[in-house]
Design a protein around this ligand. Structure first.
Ligand code: ATP
Length: 328
């Protein structure tokens, strides 16, 4: 084994997601296992520029595997987008004798790491932490599974009230560019319609479909709407349109918002985070750099950053068909 790496930094960057703490824990413990020092970098690239570092050992990450959020805090750093900012960050890393870093975040964070690697030939590795599951090179990003469970739980609760009052609920879930969350929770929560960025159902077909489901004897309905759905209307505009064009339903809106990012990570996310942390550290030790760790068919995998940030993850078309069949 090449063993030129003696000290690894770890940071969380961009939007937080459940499982980030479990990934920090894994990176720290994998470093301890391989006798490498580990430094926690607070507040993403912002903290890197400021030299806001803390030495971490196996015991510093006790009791966090089950916690949402990130103990290292996260941030979006405008300064890191500039060469001056990145030069400052590089100087801080050198001053602290850090030889490589693992960044846990989304595609923006990986773009920053890739540019940093090109400029300073500094070894970097990425762990995809985002609830949207919108990154190419991994079937699951950290936090996605937890978010699905959180949203399904919320939908179940909303359905209880919807069916007691003959209500139609539009439930907005996260997913600006991709409909993974909406499509999966829509099926799991028994939604009548699922509106996603990849498909334009159109307002008339939406109303037609709701009329059909009412005719078939349904007394309540749930429509799951991804933030970036193709119809291009806000959930409130959708509500108004349906109010004006359909009778017999009391139409309500529920925007789930940031609660989708929180909560204790699921078993799946904890295991995934643990595997990704080990893979990231061991890849750096063996001289690899500029990759994102991912999982494909239950096998850990590496995808070059440039491919991970350029691609657009695709929804599973089979799920669309299953959803259509389920709403007969
Ligand atoms: P999320 O999926 O939650 O949006 P993200 O990692 O994509 O997470 P961004 O805000 O896009 O979040 O990126 C996080 C940080 O990465 C930015 O605040 C910035 O510091 C850095 N970054 C992003 N793009 C670049 C870039 N082109 N050059 C340098 N740094 C960048």
């Amino acid at each position: 084994m090449l063993h030129t790496i003696k000290k690894i930094g770890v940071l969380t960057s961009g939007g937080d997601s459940p499982g980030m703490n479990a990934a920090i824990r894994s990176v720290v413990r994998a470093c301890a296992f391989h006798d490498i020092k580990c430094i926690g970098i607070y507040r993403g690239y912002e903290g890197m520029i400021d030299g806001d570092f803390i030495e971490m050992d196996a015991r510093s990450v006790k009791g966090i595997i089950n916690k949402g959020g990130t103990i290292l805090k996260s941030a979006r750093s405008k300064e890191f987008r500039t060469i001056e900012g990145r030069t400052k960050a590089h100087e801080q890393l050198k001053k602290a004798d850090i030889d490589a870093f693992v960044v846990i975040g989304g595609d923006g964070s990986f773009t920053g790491a890739m540019i940093f690697n090109q400029e300073f030939n500094f070894p970097v590795m990425g762990i995809p932490g985002t609830i949207d599951n919108d990154i190419v090179g991994t079937s699951h990003t950290l936090g996605y599974d937890t978010a699905l469970n959180t949203v399904v739980d919320a939908i179940d609760k909303i359905r209880d009230t919807a069916s007691s009052h003959n209500r139609l609920f539009f439930i907005e879930v996260m997913g600006r560019d991709v409909g993974h969350i909406a499509l999966n929770v829509g099926i799991a929560g028994g939604a009548e319609e699922i509106l996603i960025p990849e498909e334009d159902l159109g307002l008339d077909r939406l109303v037609e479909s709701l009329r059909r489901s009412k005719k078939s004897g349904k007394s309540s309905s749930i429509v799951v709407v991804a933030e970036g759905d193709k119809i291009g209307k806000s959930v409130f505009e959708l509500k108004d349109y349906v109010d004006q064009n359909m009778e017999g339903y009391d139409v309500r809106v529920s925007v789930l918002g940031h609660m989708q990012r929180g909560g204790s990570p699921s078993c799946f996310d904890r295991v995934l985070a643990s595997r990704m942390g080990v893979k990231a550290v061991e890849s750096l030790i063996t001289g690899k750099s500029n990759y994102m760790v991912g999982i494909k068919n239950d096998v850990m995998d590496l995808t070059p950053f440039d491919q991970a940030v350029k691609g657009k993850s695709k929804i599973n078309m089979e799920l669309l068909r299953v959803s259509d069949i389920m709403t007969i």
